[in-house]
Design a protein around this ligand. Structure first.
Ligand code: ABN
Length: 175
């Protein structure tokens, strides 16, 4: 390793003779400012995050948990745990053409909302975050009120991957 030490000693001495302290400080300063300006705009892949929170819409903190209010009648794997979000299908899957509609109460404002539980179709079961809540569900002979159904049945690919909970709107009050 002697040659290594000698090489660095020679190079450092030459640099010290040729470069003033001021110009090396200027160089280091430029490097720091350049890094601070360039690093935040480098093209990191933010696709996954973008799918979770479309522009202008904040991702809700607990939508990866079964007890999130919108999942009150969801039977399936949460798309939030499968590369999608509470209301978007993961890449490579498509939303079911038919869905089960539930009514859930938002604890923040105490109002009831219609939620469309669309399955995401085209890939085999995600297998993560299985939730099974059945508020308002009825046995299978009332098919429209039954949620234990593969809603991919009307899609080109009937493979079920996960389930989203899309907010449709405020529920009308029964008169
Ligand atoms: N809607 C979710 C689901 C898919 C397949 C079978 C049962 C339930």
């Amino acid at each position: 390793m002697k040659w290594f030490d000698a090489f660095f000693e020679r190079t450092s001495r030459r640099a010290a003779q040729q470069v003033s302290r001021r110009s090396s400080l200027v160089g280091i300063g430029r490097l720091l400012v350049g890094a601070a300006l360039t690093l935040p705009v480098l093209p990191f892949d933010r696709v996954a995050r973008a799918a979770d929170a479309p522009p202008g819409k904040k991702k809700e903190p607990d939508d990866g948990q079964c007890d999130y209010w919108r999942y009150c009648a969801l039977d399936g794997f949460l798309c939030s745990c499968c590369g999608g979000s509470v209301s978007t299908c993961p890449p490579g899957t498509e939303a079911s053409k038919v869905a089960w509609i539930g009514t859930c109460r938002n604890p923040k404002d105490g109002k009831d909302y219609l939620i469309s539980y669309n399955d995401c179709c085209g890939k085999n079961s995600c297998g993560r975050c299985l939730c099974n809540f059945n508020l308002g569900e009825r046995p299978a002979y009332r098919m429209g009120l039954h949620n234990d159904i593969n809603w991919c049945m009307a899609n080109t690919s009937t493979m079920f991957h996960c389930t989203t909970a899309v907010l449709v709107g405020e529920a009308e009050k029964a008169s």
